[in-house]
Design a protein around this ligand. Structure first.
Ligand code: WQD
Length: 322
């Protein structure tokens, strides 16, 4: 299938592009390189440098490529920042997505796989969280993802575009075959921050609270390997050809604490990771876990390489490669 990967030079987008290429799809990356990297592009995929806010360029891209499917991963994703600068998130995430939807409907796109987030749920009301969990986002970033899911639903109804909204839990890791090593700049997530401490790029990690009701008092998250995520995008396209649109969790239902991540990184890297316990970060739940049963039942996806050691070993290799 001809697939446009919008945001395909980014951390998750590059893994998705690689997976689609590996399975014989024709891949066309569109990215403004604001956080994506040229290093993450593959010679087998064509690349257009453009912004989703540039309606003319976006439409020219759709006109020249005529994709049958698109993956939409172009977004800002720092939950904390979204609470301080919501306007930026409105423009990039919401307006940008509407531009994509309008271009897609104008140019006859049949399938959209959308990069959504567990942030649409807000604080867990029960664990593990399935897709029926109430959607009450607690940060503006999560709200933008939920709003886009709703636009997708409308465009599905009105324009006949089929979509899969993939609600990622905590994405981490690097390509298990080591083919991608573009590091995220100024990361805000735990695992890259711990890696930066291991390579000596930062002095220590701030652990946001050790008084939660968890195994060691630190926050527990459901880390999902980006290669597992990438495979789900490819499988979602296969499924959409014979199914209705769907919304699905991508996680593991197995949690790791902040201290477990730090200790395992020390073991795998052989480096000391200094940390200091600081106060809780506002809005952080103690535990977040996905119920991924629907993904397995509906389209046969389940995590295969999301154990903590594989997550950290692949990430460590990417850091060493830099
Ligand atoms: C993980 C754990 C922190 C940094 C975010 C988004 C969410 C989704 C995934 C995209 C928590 C602790 C972290 C640090 C720490 N993104 N931590 N020190 O908050 O679970 O989820 O990424 O869709 O929407 O909110 O991920 O990696 O920031 O935190 O102690 O310097 O690590 O408190 O327990 P989070 P995270």
């Amino acid at each position: 299938m001809k697939i446009a990967v919008i945001g395909g030079a980014g951390y998750i987008g590059s893994h998705v592009a690689r997976e689609l290429l590996d399975f014989g799809h024709e891949v066309f990356v569109y990215d403004n390189l604001s956080s994506g990297l040229r290093q993450n592009l593959f010679k087998e995929a064509s690349f257009a440098h453009g912004d989703i806010l540039d309606v003319q360029k976006l439409n020219d891209f759709f006109e020249s490529v005529k994709p049958e499917g698109i993956v939409h991963l172009a977004a800002l994703k720092a939950a904390g920042e979204s609470m301080l600068e919501p306007e930026k998130y409105s423009v990039h995430n919401i307006t940008g997505s509407l531009n994509i939807l309008n271009a897609a409907s104008k140019h006859g796109v049949k399938y959209i796989v959308f990069s959504s987030s567990a942030a649409v749920y807000g604080s867990p009301k029960y664990l593990p969280m399935d897709e029926k969990h109430p959607t009450e986002p607690e940060n503006y970033y999560g709200y933008t993802k939920l709003a886009i899911e709703q636009y997708l639903q409308w465009y599905g109804k009105l324009k006949g575009i089929k979509y899969a909204a993939l609600r990622y839990f905590n994405a981490a890791g690097y390509d298990v075959k080591g083919r991608i090593s573009g590091l995220e700049q100024n990361p805000a997530n735990l695992i890259p921050i711990v890696m930066e401490a291991a390579v000596g790029k930062r002095a220590s990690v701030s652990v946001f609270g050790n008084d939660y009701e968890t195994k060691d008092g630190t926050g527990v998250r459901d880390y999902i390997h980006v290669s597992d995520l990438a495979r789900a995008h490819r499988m979602a396209f296969d499924k959409l050809q014979s199914s209705e649109s769907f919304v699905v969790n991508l996680g593991v239902n197995s949690g790791n604490s902040v201290l477990e991540v730090i200790k395992a990184t020390e073991r795998i890297s052989g480096k000391k990771v200094n940390y200091q316990v600081v106060g809780r970060r506002a809005g952080d739940p103690a535990v977040v876990l996905a119920n991924p049963a629907f993904a397995k039942e509906f389209f046969g996806w389940q995590a295969e390489c999301s154990d903590l050691d594989t997550l950290l070993e692949t990430t460590w290799k990417a850091y060493l490669a830099n």
